[in-house]
Design a protein around this ligand. Structure first.
Ligand code: PMV
Length: 324
């Protein structure tokens, strides 16, 4: 194989209904289905070059040469894709995130979505969106949701073959905005890959998983009907349930900071006074506050006045992963 290059971009996504826990750690088959929105303003751009002259894979992230677990995770994912193509050619991967590094914004979804699309293209493989999503899932579960456009649903599925994400609404379906209140920029101590492994040690995980289809149906209905109150209720309940599991796992995972709970309480109070805002929190202390665009300036202003909020990033519904 002569040198082959491709560049792809992908956006991270924020889950309305969360993925937490795998039934197969290697294949990253989730315990439950999930629903999310791609974040347009936040972008990962990845360029990959395969060259027989390389003796090992190289991975640069934001201009810094990576080693250890970060490199190994990329190599493992490339090995899966090389296995499909039946080649052993090594690659140089150059990835850039436009969002502040260490701002606690999960980048593995956009990272593995962009890497998958770039690597498949550079190898000359033709793949459907479904197969790209299945493949991205192997790198990071939530990456499968960054392949299709807009608002996406990841099917739990029965096997590797049918666990993938599809678009359930285009980005322009609803003028929702995600205001990301950054309360801590430090790297989280326990990443989600580790968290998924201990999810089942919480007695509440079985209850959370058993009820997942109800939450997914409610969320999908609210989203398709653009019913903000119904969406607010279900995403906050779902986020609270995931954090209940995290806090009762062995060892217990506490991702919140004092400002996290201040924001959660404030958002609930705002909604009672008619402001369309709702929160959801991933495996970190930062809070994603959804609102309709008519409330954006008001919500941003209020968030900025809460002690402990360092920065507010704004993201609109985003497109899927693509070659550029
Ligand atoms: O894809 P991972 O392994 O980074 O897991 C993502 C887990 C959460 O962000 C907490 C929830 C989700 O569905 O995105």
């Amino acid at each position: 194989m002569s040198p082959n290059t491709a560049t792809a971009i992908a956006h991270p996504n924020i889950a309305f209904i969360k993925y937490w826990g795998n039934r197969d750690q290697t294949l990253r088959l989730p315990e439950n289905g999930s629903i999310s929105m791609n974040l347009e303003e936040l972008t990962t751009r990845t360029r990959i070059t395969f060259d027989q002259a390389f003796s090992s894979d190289i991975f640069d992230l934001n201009g810094l040469r990576q080693s250890g677990p970060a490199l190994q995770r990329v190599v493992t994912h490339l090995n899966v894709i090389r296995g499909i193509r039946g080649i052993a050619t090594r690659a140089h991967v150059m990835s850039e995130n436009n969002f502040p590094i260490g701002a606690g914004i999960a980048s593995s979804a956009s990272a593995f979505a962009a890497l998958t699309v770039a690597a498949v293209n550079a190898m000359g493989l033709e793949m459907s969106e479904k197969d790209l999503s299945r493949l991205a899932r192997r790198g990071s579960g939530s990456a499968c949701r960054s392949i299709p456009t807009g608002f996406t649903e990841w099917y739990r599925g029965n096997s590797d073959m049918d666990s993938f994400a599809v678009s359930i609404a285009k980005p322009n379906h609803w003028d929702l905005v995600d205001c990301i209140a950054v309360v801590a920029a430090a790297h989280k101590k326990t990443g989600s890959s580790e968290g998924h492994k201990i999810a089942s040690s919480s007695l509440f995980q079985a209850v959370r998983v058993a009820d997942a289809d109800r939450r997914i149906d409610r969320c999908r209905d609210a989203l398709l009907a653009r019913d903000f109150d119904a969406l607010a209720e279900i995403i906050e309940e779902d986020s609270n349930m995931m954090h209940t599991v995290m806090m009762t796992s062995r060892p217990a995972l506490f991702y919140w900071e004092p400002a996290t709970i201040e924001i959660m309480k404030a958002v609930q109070t705002w909604r009672k006074t008619g402001i369309p805002a709702a929160y959801t929190i991933d495996a970190g202390p930062n809070v994603h506050i959804f609102c309709e665009s008519k409330a954006l300036e008001n919500v941003k202003h209020r968030l900025a006045s809460i002690p402990g909020v360092k920065e507010v990033l704004v993201a609109h519904p985003g497109s899927g992963a693509k070659i550029v």
